[in-house]
Design a protein around this ligand. Structure first.
Ligand code: FNR
Length: 344
């Protein structure tokens, strides 16, 4: 097995090893005011939304995880089947491996074969050249492309990248690709300065992928002889990252630590256009099987409709109007950004 596919196998195993159900995170420090008289009815149709020109049954999706490893084929096959059945979008794991190991394509392609008409999102690293990106996007018939910015993860990897001068290639990708591009972190959060810079380069959609869920410093540390465990605390919490990103007037995908439908609901209330869920879905699949994950996603759809009704929302577009209030430390962090960075 190549070093790259071995790494992907390790990630899959370690994501399970470090997974904790309902680990507290920044979503717990955020609350929404609920009307005791909501004047609503539970309606699943209210969740329907459009993603990259296609109708999806709900605004949450399976975020980027795998491809290229032996185990990845079966996982992407199951994700593809489930995404098709539940009509939600599916982002595949990084396909950068294909520039070195083209044979790995089948482990990605299987998801598109299982979900021929749904939303499938490709994922690449920031140094993939535009012509390779173009080929991969075409091969997967991808509806959008995520480009991940993962400097902390790379530093935590002994064999990782040490050159983070990615901007020129990002500019090139932006100019040459016509497909929608999502700039994405992998669990340490996109900061507002990066978003502002990339917005000025023409990027409009950002998956903030904040901290509070999967922690790649922890995962990589388990594969590393050196102890770099202090990197585990570098992340920007998801709720904070989302509020800061929304302040930059860009479209935001909320992800990182989404554990249950209430977190999806809170992400939408913060102005997230879509909500990404990674390890919770992967662990459901790995530990309990495809039927369990299928039912779980159906339940999430139903429960999200319950929450909309409970909070008096009959049109998804109205959800950002809900009154929000915050616990410490989230509240004091927000105050500091307001004072120091003329945060509106
Ligand atoms: C990931 N993630 C990820 N992200 C990315 O952009 N490209 C990738 O190839 C991968 N690979 C990957 C593998 C595994 C096993 C996991 C669990 C995660 C990161 C993922 O998309 C997401 O940003 C983070 O996991 C945070 O979300 P959760 O897991 O807290 O919901």
């Amino acid at each position: 097995m190549s070093i790259r596919s071995q790494r992907k196998e390790d990630h899959l195993a370690l994501a399970g090893q470090f997974y904790k159900t309902n680990k507290p995170n920044s979503f717990d420090q955020m609350h929404l005011l609920r009307p005791a008289l909501p004047e609503t009815k539970v309606k699943l149709e209210q969740l329907t939304t459009v993603m990259f020109g296609k109708k999806v049954a709900a605004p949450f999706f399976i975020n980027a995880m795998t491809g290229g490893a032996d185990k990845a084929y079966a996982i992407n096959q199951a994700f593809g089947k489930i995404a098709a059945k539940t009509q939600i979008a599916l982002a595949l794991g990084s396909a950068s491996i294909l520039t070195k190991e083209p044979k790995a394509l089948t482990s990605f392609l299987v998801a598109r074969e299982e979900d021929p008409t749904g939303v499938v999102i490709a994922n690449l690293n920031a140094k993939t050249k535009a012509d390779s990106a173009q080929k991969i996007v075409r091969a997967l018939e991808a509806d959008a492309l995520q480009i991940h910015l993962n400097s902390v993860q790379e530093i935590a990897m002994p064999e990782g990248e040490r050159d983070f001068t990615w901007l020129t290639n990002l500019q090139d990708l932006r100019q040459k690709l016509t497909i929608p591009i999502i700039i994405k972190e992998v669990g340490f959060g996109l900061d507002p300065t990066t978003i502002r810079l990339l917005k000025s380069e023409g990027f409009t959609l950002f998956d903030i992928a904040g901290s509070g869920g999967t922690n790649f410093a922890q995962i990589e540390n388990a594969r590393n002889e050196r102890d770099l465990s202090y990197l585990e605390d570098l992340g920007l919490p998801t709720v904070l990252a989302t509020i800061l990103a929304k302040n930059e007037q860009v479209e935001v995908i909320v992800s990182g630590g989404v554990r249950q439908p209430l977190d999806v609901f809170k992400g939408l209330a913060l102005g997230g256009k879509y909500i990404g869920v990674a390890n919770v879905f992967l662990q459901a699949l790995e530990q309990k099987g495809a039927n369990f994950l299928l039912q779980m996603i159906k339940n999430w759809q139903e429960e999200l409709a319950y929450l909309l009704a409970l909070y008096g929302i009959s049109d998804l577009k109205q959800i950002t109007k809900l009154k929000k209030y915050y616990d410490e430390p989230l509240y004091s962090w927000l105050q500091q950004f307001k004072q120091k960075n003329s945060f509106k």
